[in-house]
Structure formats: structure tokens, C-alpha cells
Design a protein around this ligand. Sequence first.
Ligand code: IYR
Length: 227
Amino acid sequence: MAWEPMHDQPYTPVPYRPARMSADDSRRTAAALRAKMDQRRTVRAFSPDPVPEQVVVDAIAIAATAPSGAHQQPWTFVLVTDPDIRARIRAAAEEEERLSYAGRLGEQWLSALRPLGTDRHKPHLTDAPYLIVVFEQRYYLDGDEQHKHYYVDESVGIAVGMLLTALHLSGLAALTHTPSPMRFLSEVLGRPRNEKAFAVVPVGYPADDATVPDLVRKDLDQVLVWR
Ligand code: IYR
């Protein structure tokens, strides 16, 4: 059945009876996923090598299964392959970043970024074979009528997390890039006024000479509190 806006629809519960996984299978699955996810790194240097398109499409479909406020699914994923559009996005993003790194971010922010080694150059926007530009729908636009969406940032954030997980587990590298401000993305990609750019996710394989900063994750006991 095709999706339709749900406001004013009645509550219609249906049975949900997924097969229960054995505790042993659960433990094995979680441990394997934990080890695999610990290997994920944000990549900023991409190979121009093509990646299987269906993997990217499947990852977007997986992201779109995310839970969302009032099940409003307030996201749009724009999959950009056109080199001219990527070049325009890069030019506009680098102009914003030039201002950001020249001082707009402020000294405290710039010093927080120093260990990441980022700068105003954004070659990933043209080198990676795919850009997924994620938009959040602030409201649903039904002709001229607007229906507010709820918990939009939280919902789209969860969806992007699932996107990054799906890409990583499928063998692809990605970056969560938020050129700021991102208004130019609506213009370049011709998005409607109810949508606001949330993040740009370049996807591909790491460049042969890619490096990543030597970062350390917090230990589990620094992030997990038992009561
Ligand atoms: N948007 C800029 C700055 C930047 C900000 C944060 I917070 C980062 O984690 C990384 C970079 C850029 O993309 O360079």
C-alpha cells in the first residue's frame, strides 16, 4: 500500500510477531556488529573508483526505515552523481568554509577542529562517486497547506546514523559533512521550501593514500552508566 499522510487517520493496530532470536545468536550477532562498527572511520579522502549503485540505494532505503516523530518520515535523500552539480556544490561549500576557517567559527571552535585536520578545502565533494544530500522536511506541504512535523532533527539524525551504519557494514566509506550555512544546497538541488539541508554525505571507497586522524573513542565505562 502506498504511503499517505497520516494526520486524522484512526489507530489501526496489526499483530507484530517477529521470530525470537536465541540468546546465543543475539550475543554472537551483537559482538560481531560491535567489532565491525568499531572499525568505522569518517573518511575525507575518497577514491574516484565507482561503487555498486544498488548498495547506496539500499543504504538509503535502510535509513528510510528509521523511526520518526509521529511516523512522519521527515526526510528526503538527494543522491547526486552529476559531476557538474557536484562541482557547483563544492565551489559553494568551499566559499562558505573559507569564511568559516578565516575566523567565522571563532578560536574555540577552530581549536576543537585542529586534531581532525580539516580545512577549507573539500575535495571529497567532487572526488567521491556519490553525494547523498539529506534534507529535513520541517513541515509537510499539501498544496498551500502546511502540516508541522515533530522531532525533525532527532528523526533525521537517527536516519543518518542508520545510513552511515548501513554504508559501513556494506563496505563503503562516508563522511558526515555539514558545510555551514547550507542554504545553497536548496538552490543548487532545487528543493522545495519545506525542506532544509541537514548534512552532505559523500560515499565511496577511501583514496589509496587516505589517512585518518589518530582519534581515541571513549571507553564504554565513560559513556555507559548503570543504575
Ligand atoms: N563545517 C566545517 C567545520 C567542521 C565542523 C565540525 I563540528 C566538524 O566535526 C568538522 C568540520 C568543515 O566541514 O570543515
